[in-house]
Ligand binder design. Structure first.
Ligand code: ZN
Length: 648
């Protein structure tokens, strides 16, 4: 295999080619065809990547036509913003624009994905398929596998231009060349700041960095596409607010009144989401799924603001999707309603609206104190608990840990908060910790429950913690032990893969911001049920505990005009209680990542409870029989998640 050119795009030849083409491109008259017209005429979708393979038809998603028109070189707008739900053609708009550029309006072009990894994937899967399946493009871009093709995954030359694909996390990529066309995909997933690789210095907002590369082009075209995220921290919403704020109005098939499709229009009979319809805001007529295509075809974009004169902004939600039916949306909503996290996903990816975070406002310590309930896990577990995890935080002179019980839909019961004093270098502390981890709890179903998983923050004592976790893991199956490290920023609560510590032992890096968001959103829930947090009346859960638990606030911070979220705690406040809680939640997530299903476990425990009470109501013999049956049915019915993790 010939040695591959650097994937970082910026070879001097490519940069020079970009600059040359920048001036050549500026002189070439742009053709009259719009991007939409070009796509209908030339673009072919592959069987592999598209739900509907074959010729691209703008008429299938007529709302994309005007977006693509505004991105065409003949448009008076230099920036186009598309704030959209998931899977409604955002990438397709960018791909059509790319095809158009390569074929009709060649020039230096940069496409930015949230990370370099995603950029590679987008190039391999989507751009490669665009080029391979559209013959006029295949003729112009040589296959990167050919020798001297001048092409790599992240850099493609074509007559009159060059395309660089890069990640918003790479300032090297973002600085690689001047660009007339700048295509920015999923901008809300960009990191707050691009870094310059090895040195790790932060180089500022990637959107700013990229836009600066277009400054020398009077006829530049910038596309920003994204599903929105958190209110006040969303780049796409910010850009949309600077635009002329277009919304897509469609006519009611009954009364003809043009209107925006809104979530409030989706109606269904009580408990029957399958029978959902859309209700006209004027005549209250029922609009069925099959009537949508005609409405979309007759729809029109209407601007609702003056904007900055340079930016055309488009907003759309999933109600407009030709592939979505009302009943599916109703069902999605009912599922989402169960937790703030799912509600955020629903709000962002279906409604294409930013989500107002519950964690942004503070939960009051006294209110939580007043909400405590009389249960004592050391005597008997609350019946709703179906799984137990531990989160532990190692300090210089103690281990602080919380034992948390989990039930259906992640309703939780704090079972105990334990502080073990001691020197981490001494055996005593670890013996004490070992005893806590070996605790068993009596459940009303008649079973004893063990702790299923534990996350231990290694702090400054990583080797000791890792040694303890691996020793204990060898000795006993439960709990599953995870040495962890918390990390701020945009990352999932439980990592897809573990990292390695300096001595090569596994270390799991936990997304603490996401865990805190989940925790703070749940503390806001006031009724027992999905996500609700129960606390016992006990000395461990006193005013001081709740003050720690509520010590942090999530703020939106502005750096150079860019908003990012940041967790801060009051000066001097301790927050081990939050950490322990978040780690216990991460331990639950570790099991879920290993295919454990909490609600299935809840079902299993409920069945044990039902069997037990049926036995108690019957006469002695059947009670004994059912008790015998219970002996043979362990509290965790299927243990494949357990084995899976042990092998990993
Ligand atoms: Zn109507």
């Amino acid at each position: 295999m010939p040695s591959a050119p650097s994937e970082h795009a910026a070879t001097p030849e490519i940069i020079l080619a970009g600059i040359r083409e920048a001036f050549a491109g500026a002189l070439r008259p742009d053709p009259e065809l719009t991007i939409g017209e070009w796509s209908d005429q030339y673009r072919v979708l592959s069987r592999v990547s598209a739900g509907e393979p074959g010729r691209w038809r703008t008429s299938r998603t007529p709302f994309l036509r005007e977006i693509m028109d505004c991105l065409s070189p003949s448009s008076p707008f230099s920036r186009v913003v598309y704030m959209k739900p998931a899977q409604i053609g955002g990438s397709e708009v960018l791909l059509n624009m790319l095809g158009y550029i390569i074929h009709y309006a060649p020039g230096p072009t940069m496409l930015v994905e949230p990370t370099v990894e995603l950029a590679k994937r987008f190039s391999r899967q989507r751009i490669a398929s665009l080029i391979d399946n559209t013959s006029v493009l295949a003729q112009r871009v040589s296959d990167p596998r050919e020798r001297d093709s001048g092409n790599t995954i992240l850099a493609k030359e074509f007559p009159g231009g060059v395309l660089v694909v890069t990640g918003a996390n790479s300032s090297v990529g973002l600085r690689s060349m001047p660009a007339r066309f700048l295509l920015m995909d999923e901008v809300d997933a960009y990191p707050p700041s691009a870094s310059s690789g090895a040195a790790g210095t932060e180089e500022g907002d990637p959107v700013d960095l990229a836009i600066r590369r277009t400054a020398t082009f009077a006829n530049r075209q910038i596309a920003m596409v994204s599903t929105p995220t958190i209110a006040e921290a969303s780049r796409i919403e910010q850009a949309y607010l600077e635009s002329d704020q277009r919304k897509y109005y469609v006519p009611c098939p009954h009364c003809g009144v043009f209107q925006i499709l809104r979530w409030s229009g989706v109606k269904w009979p009580d408990r029957k989401p399958a029978d959902a319809w859309y209700e006209c805001e004027r005549c209250q007529g029922h609009i069925a799924d099959h009537q949508k295509a005609a409405m979309l075809e007759r729809g029109e974009w209407r601007a609702e603001a003056a904007g900055d004169g340079e930016t055309a902004g488009f907003w759309l939600n999933a109600l407009y999707s030709p592939w979505t039916i009302w009943s599916q949306l109703a069902k999605d909503f009912l599922r989402a309603r169960k937790s703030p996290e799912r509600m955020q996903t629903f709000t962002n990816t279906i409604l294409a609206e930013t989500f107002q975070q519950a964690g942004a406002t503070k939960t009051d310590a006294s209110e939580l104190l007043g909400r405590r309930q009389p249960y004592r896990a050391e005597v008997m577990l609350p019946a709703g608990v179906v799984l137990i995890t531990v989160g532990a935080d190692l300090q210089a002179d103690r281990i602080e840990m919380e034992i948390v019980g989990w039930g259906r839909d992640e309703e939780s019961w704090s079972l105990a908060y334990i502080v073990l004093p001691g020197d981490p270098a001494q055996r005593d502390l670890w013996d004490g910790f070992d005893q806590v981890l070996s605790l068993t709890f009596e459940h009303p179903c008649g079973q004893e429950m063990e702790i299923a998983a534990a996350c231990v923050d290694s702090g400054f004592h990583q080797p000791i913690v890792q040694q303890f976790c691996s020793d204990r893991g060898r000795r006993r199956a439960l709990p599953k032990m995870y040495p962890i490290k918390g990390a701020a920023g945009q990352r999932p609560i439980w990592p897809r893969m573990h990292s390695k510590a300096k001595d090569n032992r596994p270390l799991w890096v936990i997304g603490v911001d996401a865990a805190k968001e989940a925790l703070y959103a749940r503390l806001k829930i006031t009724e027992p049920g999905p996500g609700f947090c129960h606390f016992p009346i006990s000395d461990q859960y006193d005013q001081g505990y709740f003050e720690q638990l509520t010590a942090e606030t999530c703020r939106v911070r502005y750096t150079k005009g860019f908003a990012s979220r940041e967790w801060t705690k009051k000066a001097g406040a301790r927050n081990e209680a939050i950490d322990a809680r978040c780690y216990a939640y991460a331990a639950l997530q570790s099991l879920i990542a290993g295919r454990f299903r909490l609600n299935k476990q809840a079902q299993h425990i409920e069945a044990l409870m039902a069997a037990k009470s049926a036995g108690e109501e019957g006469h002695g013999q059947s009670a004994a029989q059912s008790a015998g049956r219970q002996e043979r049915r362990p509290w965790i019915e299927r243990q494949d998640w357990l084995e899976r993790r042990s092998n990993s």
